[in-house]
Design a protein around this ligand. Structure first.
Ligand SMILES: NC(=O)c1ccc[n+]([C@@H]2O[C@H](COP(=O)([O-])OP(=O)(O)OC[C@H]3O[C@@H](n4cnc5c(N)ncnc54)[C@H](OP(=O)(O)O)[C@@H]3O)[C@@H](O)[C@H]2O)c1
Length: 267
């Protein structure tokens, strides 16, 4: 079975890797490459933009013209655009995999409400390793509920616009859910000055930014006289893109609904 793929944000860092991966995948075919109105890549060949040479698919801004029930969209853009693409996917019956992060609470609530009306995967991190890490972290958080303080450290490249990363937030939410805490009330996204001693309920998240780091996440469970650290390192964007394509292949065979990467992996 060969699937028809549309890449939204085709000239972006992830978009270019996705175009390359789809192009070389025996079960996938690129049928659309989308950028916003006025973007420098419009009218150019998506393969040229990705550094592959021409592949016969032009970058356009008209997503609605290509979205259809037999297509899967891979969206790695910005939250406003991802939400607009999701609305169009619902209206046209297109399946959609959204990797975009940095949603406001209102945007995410609207996405959660819209997404079940088509076939959708929304995940802050598409890598197999991080999806497994989320499950393992929840298991460990349940076991180490008492006497261990959970904290998260992440580092990403200097161009990332949102912080902390969607993955770090998802890991924090997984810990909170496993320990019966309200993440929005207990998360400490910054500490500065005379903060007082750490309380039992806190889940701290620290974001580092620099260079070309693809993305590392470490979850620390700090106890007395010992600590457990679980780390995932993305060595290239390919692990994220491969996960997105895997989600796309899986999603076309599903009923309408909002799915996560753990559903894709059957965890
Ligand atoms: N879930 C995951 O596994 C995962 C992995 C990596 C990244 N991400 C997330 O994916 C998003 C993109 O990351 P990136 O590093 O690829 O960023 P990026 O290099 O900035 O790429 C985003 C692309 O989307 C384009 N765009 C903006 N508005 C658009 C619109 N209305 N329609 C179509 N395209 C539009 C941008 O154009 P401009 O150049 O004009 O801005 C840019 O080309 C971020 O939210 C990031 O955190 C998720």
């Amino acid at each position: 079975m060969s699937i028809n793929v549309i890449v939204c944000g085709a000239a972006g860092r992830m978009g270019k890797v996705l175009v390359s991966l789809v192009q070389e995948h025996q079960d996938a075919r690129l049928v659309g490459a989308i950028e916003a109105t006025g973007h420098w890549a419009l009218g150019k060949d998506a393969g040229e933009v990705a550094g592959l040479g021409p592949i016969g698919v032009q970058v356009t801004s008209d997503y609605a013209a290509v979205a259809a029930p037999d297509t899967v969209t891979l969206d790695f853009t910005v939250p406003d655009a991802a939400l607009a693409h999701l609305r169009t996917a619902v209206a046209t019956g297109a399946a959609i995999v959204i990797g975009t992060t940095g949603w406001s609470a209102a945007q995410r609530a609207e996405a959660d409400q819209l997404a079940p009306r088509t076939r959708a995967v929304i995940a802050a991190n598409m890598s197999v390793g991080v999806t497994v890490l989320q499950k393992v972290v929840a298991d460990v958080a349940r076991i180490l509920k008492d006497g261990f303080d959970p904290e998260i450290v992440e580092i990403h490249h200097r161009f990332k616009v949102d912080a902390p990363s969607g993955t770090a937030l998802a890991l924090g939410r997984a810990i909170a859910a496993a320990q019966g805490k309200d993440f929005d009330k207990t998360a400490k996204l910054s500490r500065e000055g005379i903060t007082g001693a750490r309380t039992d309920d806190e889940i701290g998240i620290v974001a580092l930014r620099g260079g070309d780091v693809i993305g590392d996440h470490t979850v620390v469970f700090a106890g007395f006289a010992e600590r457990l650290e679980l780390t995932h390192r993305a060595q290239s964007r390919e692990c994220l893109a491969r996960g997105a394509v895997r989600a796309a292949l899986w999603l076309l065979g599903q009923k309408p609904g909002l799915y996560a990467m753990k559903d894709v992996l059957g965890l």
